[in-house]
Ligand binder design. Structure first.
Ligand SMILES: [Zn+2]
Length: 322
């Protein structure tokens, strides 16, 4: 039986239900809101309220991809999960270098040491303080996915080390790895690096890749066996929804429809009705899924929202010691 690790415990992957693959329910502080206070998502009551638009349309689970040290709130996510009746997969791991001061431990610890920290968040519990130390407040809320990230065509020695750490943590725990690509670049290098370190392709999710809405690139990535995560629908400032419809049609045509995931990546107050913005979490299920049906891609709805995430977020049967 394949298992998925949520903030309230492990569940049978068949019980994941309709899943959004890349969300941000809470960002309670850290560098993102310091950069732009629109990133501050500090009210769990708002998250519960916004999730109603998702559950009302049959939504069941979300992956919250804020890694440690950037305003992630493990106990807050557990509370939201229980109050909203939504399974939440939380993340350990890292974001791009721009969000960490050069004094941060990510720069100074070895790949093995960093992997050990990620591993403990997956196996024991996440540090409520995101390893900002020196004291820990290790919760009993466990991470179920490892976040990795790269900047726009930037790949440093640190990137290389942090990806190795993520791979080591995966090999020890089986937790899947989900990436952030900046504007959809370097997805191929992310995938190849993780594969080189022994991560199986079906435990790799390449994120935001629809920001490079080029079906040739997606077909090339999909040939490696990895999952492709799209979150462009509703982001009209980046491109029309038709871009994503075309990418999904291409996936169907070229036989990698079982490797596509969808999320909304709503990481700003201005995206949430509870904070006075929009479109809110109802958009994918309420607007985009019916459009897929109307455009002859109805058979993709079940695959993208249910079948594919059940495989993508499952813990792999690997348990190599660090
Ligand atoms: Zn995100």
């Amino acid at each position: 039986m394949a298992l998925i690790r949520t903030v309230t415990g492990d569940i049978d992957a068949r019980d994941l239900g309709i899943c959004y693959a890349h969300e941000h329910l809470l960002i309670t502080g850290g560098m993102f809101p310091r950069h732009d206070k629109d990133f501050l998502l500090d009210d769990s009551a708002h998250a519960v309220e916004d999730l109603h638009a998702f559950t009302a349309l049959g939504g069941s689970s979300v992956a919250d991809l804020m890694p440690c040290g950037l305003g992630r709130d493990p106990e807050g996510l557990r509370s939201i999960s229980e109050r909203a009746g939504v399974s939440i997969i939380a993340a350990t791991g890292f974001h791009t270098e721009r969000w960490y001061d050069t004094q941060h431990w990510l720069y100074h610890y070895s790949a093995g040491q960093i992997a050990g920290l990620f591993r403990e968040e997956i196996e024991v519990g996440m540090d409520q303080w995101g390893y900002r130390g020196p004291l820990l407040n290790r919760t009993r809320v466990r991470a179920g996915v490892i976040k990795v990230a790269t900047g726009y065509y930037t790949w440093s020695k640190n990137t290389e080390k942090w990806f190795e750490a993520a791979a080591l943590a995966h090999l020890a725990t089986g937790a899947p790895i989900a990436s952030h690509t900046e504007d959809g670049v370097l997805g191929d290098r992310q995938a190849d690096t993780l594969l080189k370190h022994g991560v199986s392709a079906d435990s790799i999710i390449i994120g935001h890749i629809d920001k490079n809405a080029d079906p040739y690139v997606h077909r090339d990535l999909a040939a490696r066996g990895v999952f492709l995560e799209y979150d462009g629908p509703s982001r009209l400032k980046y491109g029309p929804d038709s871009d994503v419809v075309k990418l999904i049609a291409a996936a169907t045509e070229h036989g990698y429809g079982d490797q596509i995931l969808l999320g909304m990546d709503l990481a700003r107050r201005s995206y949430y009705p509870s904070y006075g913005g929009g479109p809110g979490l109802g958009y994918l299920l309420g607007v985009f899924a019916p459009r897929l049906e109307a455009e002859g891609l109805g058979d993709m709805v079940q695959r993208i929202f249910v079948d594919n995430p059940a495989r993508a977020f499952a813990l792999a049967q690997t348990a190599d010691p660090l």
